[in-house]
Design a protein around this ligand. Structure first.
Ligand code: URA
Length: 259
């Protein structure tokens, strides 16, 4: 390929990246440069046409998907993260360091949903990186996956003070983002870690000791409720039950032809 053709391709790629970045920031188009037609007599502009908006990045950013027509990909997740912005929708915003959005494969077949970030997650901005996260990583590996093969997130994206339970108004403000993450990733199976995720995704308040191991659905996606890894760190005698729940998930994925 000639040097000038490569340069043109690089330019187009750079411009596309620039447009995507502008779009994520909420820009609705490219600012018009000076018109090549400079003579007032030839100008096509109406004499009193409304002025261009002075702010090039109007807020709020446009929603680049809706749940009926999602971008099933990393771009959909990037758009969703931009929609969350510097979220102030609930009181947890005051004490958080980072919004812990989620991480992993944007088109994962398997999704893990926890409760809310803890201290280390708040510090690093990534879900399940503290002690409970290390156990979750072992559970994922025991299933034959790596963290980057699956998608990991929480019901609540900001750390509650002293790791207290999320409150109803906080769940109400944040649940839309989990709903949209699921719509974008479109996992084939979800593992609900602990009672908050299980109650939200299963739509029932059965105690986790009875709910775990019993397959439910969330919008037709199979959900396996199991114990939260933090609980398993406190009571190792429950690990066998959690492993049997995960084995059910592995069998389900195998049945779906995904393993
Ligand atoms: N506990 C959770 O529920 N989520 C995390 O990300 C970390 C600990």
């Amino acid at each position: 390929m000639s040097a000038s053709r490569q340069e043109l391709r690089d330019l187009v790629a750079a411009f596309r990246t620039h447009l995507e970045a502008r779009s994520r920031c909420g820009a609705l188009g490219v600012p018009r440069g000076p018109s090549p037609v400079t003579s007032p007599a030839l100008s096509l502009a109406e004499p009193d046409a409304p002025e261009e908006p002075t702010t090039p990045y109007p807020t709020p950013p446009p929603v680049l998907y809706d749940e009926g027509q999602v971008m099933h990909s990393g771009r959909g997740l990037t758009a969703l993260r931009a929609e969350i912005g510097d979220c102030q929708r609930c009181k947890l915003a005051r004490g958080r360091r980072h919004i812990v959005f989620g991480m992993g494969h944007p088109e994962a077949n398997l999704m893990f949903v926890g409760e809310a970030p803890g201290a280390e997650e708040d510090e690093q901005g990534e879900p399940f990186v503290g002690p409970a996260g290390q156990l979750l990583t072992k559970m994922i590996r025991a299933m034959g996956f790596e963290r980057q093969d699956v998608y990991i997130c929480n019901v609540i994206k900001c750390r509650p003070p002293q790791n207290r339970n999320p409150e109803p108004d906080e769940i109400a403000a944040c649940e839309q983002f989990l709903r949209k993450q699921i719509a974008i990733v479109q996992p084939r199976v979800i593992v609900a870690l602990g009672k908050f995720a299980a109650h939200y995704l299963c739509g029932e308040t059965t105690p986790i000791t009875r709910l775990r191991g019993n397959l439910r659905t969330y919008r037709e996606i199979p959900v396996m409720p199991t114990y939260h890894p933090a609980f398993l760190l406190r009571d190792a005698s429950r690990k066998g039950e959690a492993w049997s729940d995960l084995k059910q998930v592995m069998a389900l994925l195998y049945h779906m032809g995904l393993r």
